[in-house]
Design a protein around this ligand. Sequence first.
Ligand code: PEP
Ligand code: MG
Length: 322
Amino acid sequence: EHQKLKRITTSRAATLDNVEIELHANIELPQDIPAVKLSGATGIGLFRSEFLFMNRADLPTEDEQFEAYKEVAAAMNGQPVTIRTLDVGADKPLGDLTDHTLNPALGRRAIRLCLSELALFHTQLRAILRASHYGKVQILIPMLCNLTELQQTFAAIERAKGTLSADNIPYDANIAVGGMIEIPAAALMAQAFAERLDFLSIGTNDLIQYTLAIDRADDSVSYLYNPLHPAILHLISQTLRAGEKTGKPVSVCGEMAGDPKLTRLLIGLGLRKFSMQSASLLSVKQQVLQTHSSEIYALTQKILKTSDADKIDGLMARLNQS
Ligand code: PEP
Ligand code: MG
């Protein structure tokens, strides 16, 4: 059994009909890398950089951030490392930096906060760019909602690049920049985002929260937090179509990606790239290896067309038994 698990860990992830599926890991800190290595992940799909900022009184300096990003980039040996820029606010408050407003999830968080605290953003972008010299680093922007934010973000990246060039500090001038699709508005206009970005990553945790108006941290409504709500499946499908049309890769990095009961459905909807906590990777891979992508297509389309959430459960059971 141990040998078998080990073989699965190192084997490539492909369906029975040989469709390659990329399985990446989510991390919070460089300390998570050994678990990533054990899991057999072929990259970091989501490095939640805010954990470098949490549980301390001051902000991490550019050098501190650079060392952490570089450590991860170097450890991954040329495999992609997707560093998400600071995503604080809402469920991740940070001292005086984040506001204590009535609806923090709808407030000044993530990219909104970075674009209103440009010095802080500049420091992080310089640190990420410097690390890009030591591995295949990618930048991921959280909570995008409109194209103006994207323009402002590109301008901030250009400014950071300019100062590094002026200082003769090496960085990857072609660093890929991707955006999180986790606000329903962004999913609805995924095509416009895909045209302007190098890749998209669907944050289903927030996408579910904002689409269904269910606070992801509120136990009293958790029974309504349903990843299989038809509206969620539509938004995921629409985002995947935008990726296909524009030729840009789309991944899912929310919890849905790590749930083996959803692996087949997501493959059927067209997902080819998953990022999850390392501990889930092996069970998701086992599902991938047992899935025939063309045989499940019809049933996943049927699930996508079902507007009655209660009927979806039965169809999902059929899908996972097929
Ligand atoms: C998400 O929203 O799905 C996500 C991956 O980001 P986080 O859980 O950190 O908000
Ligand atoms: Mg999120």
